[in-house]
Design a binder for this molecule. Structure first.
Ligand SMILES: [Zn+2]
Ligand SMILES: [Zn+2]
Length: 352
């Protein structure tokens, strides 16, 4: 079968690879669609933060580069391994792409997103969504609730990242929030905040375009275009000079961290969700009793997000999809388009 594999910085190739085999406790999924993630762009542009590298295998999969890319996928179960009980052949599923050891203290205490050996399908070996089949643990194949499409299930991945960031922030319905960055994860955070009933949510993005338009469509109370508007002034005006309770940093550049510091309420919380290509400078003396914390991945959140999509608390997230491409155009029309045309492209789905 064909697979899009990552070899190194700006080196992604369409290869022929053996079809993955189903093993006990695992299920084979025929991939219907798989989103291109911001993290795929980082890997493509800057190289992977690894492991795996060409010399150092991933501790869980034992694989070296190249690895198949693509971790935001949904599809149909075509085969189940021995002992699998919760899914059947023919089921439509969202694939939670995490690879975990199940043995470390984090895994055993329900914090598997912190697993010491954490990996992901589509990053670490064990296949990926930019190919026709993946084989995953039964636990991570989530049968779609009625009314949730395969495309919505693929888009659920970045929403789960946003959902977990919101959970880490501790914001409640009477709180106020600012999301920095209106890409898929930022929009996912916005949708999650609104699904949890947060009354005031501002979203900031550098320039007007598809992302700011979607932020408006997805229910932001205030959309700030930072290239032409004064973010601190806008937030100050909207919050009686208090600042927001929580800031979700989803952009990951120096300017947005500075905005976060300027917009957070004294005693508030900044949650970093972003992947940083360059480490920022943090003026820690300006925290003034606010906290800064991290958020990584998700744990037990796929079913919550899929249910929220099913019952309409998250209204049709497929609206963030701006393009669909076949596997052989995933680089030119997908990855490259997201890098070059941020103004018009938000989420691109690959159909392998
Ligand atoms: Zn992703
Ligand atoms: Zn673990």
């Amino acid at each position: 079968v064909r697979a899009l594999r990552y070899y190194g910085q700006a080196d992604v190739r369409l290869d022929e690879v053996p079809e993955p085999q189903t093993t006990p406790g695992r299920v084979k999924v025929q991939v219907d669609c798989c989103g291109i993630c911001g993290s795929d762009l980082h890997i493509y542009r800057r190289g992977s933060m690894g492991p795996p590298t060409r010399e150092r295998p991933h501790p869980l999969t034992g694989e070296l580069l190249p690895v198949v890319l693509g971790h935001e996928m949904a599809g149909q179960v075509v085969e189940v391994g021995e002992g699998v009980t919760s899914v059947s052949v023919g089921d439509l599923v969202a694939v939670e792409p995490l690879l975990i050891c199940r043995q470390c203290q984090f895994c055993r205490s329900g914090q598997y997103n912190r697993c010491v050996k954490m990996g992901a399908v589509g990053n670490s070996g064990n296949g990926g969504g930019f190919s026709k089949y993946v084989v995953i643990d039964e636990q991570f194949a989530h049968v779609l609730p009625e009314g949730v499409s395969l495309e919505a299930a693929a888009v659920a991945e970045p929403i789960c990242v946003g959902w977990h960031g919101v959970a880490r922030s501790g914001v409640g319905p009477d709180g106020t929030a600012l999301v920095l960055g209106a890409g898929p994860v930022g929009l996912g955070a916005l949708l999650s905040l609104k699904a949890k009933g947060v009354g005031f949510v501002a979203v900031a993005e550098a320039v007007r375009g598809a992302r700011t338009r979607m932020a408006e469509e997805f229910g932001a109370d205030l959309v700030i275009e930072t290239s032409s508007q004064d973010l601190a002034g806008e937030i100050g005006e909207a919050t009686q000079g208090m600042g927001v309770d929580v800031v979700l940093e989803v952009a990951g550049v120096q300017a947005t961290l500075d905005y976060a510091m300027a917009a957070v309420k004294k005693g508030g919380t900044i949650v970093n969700v972003a992947v940083w290509e360059d480490p920022p400078v943090l003026n820690i003396g300006m925290l003034r009793e606010s906290s800064i914390t991290g958020s990584t991945g998700y744990a037990f959140e796929y079913p919550l997000v899929l249910q929220a999509i099913a019952d309409g608390r998250i209204p049709d997230p497929v609206r963030m999809v701006t393009r669909r491409v076949p596997l052989d155009q995933a680089v030119d029309q997908g990855i490259q388009a997201l890098i070059d045309d941020r103004a018009n492209q938000v989420k691109i789905l690959v159909q392998p």
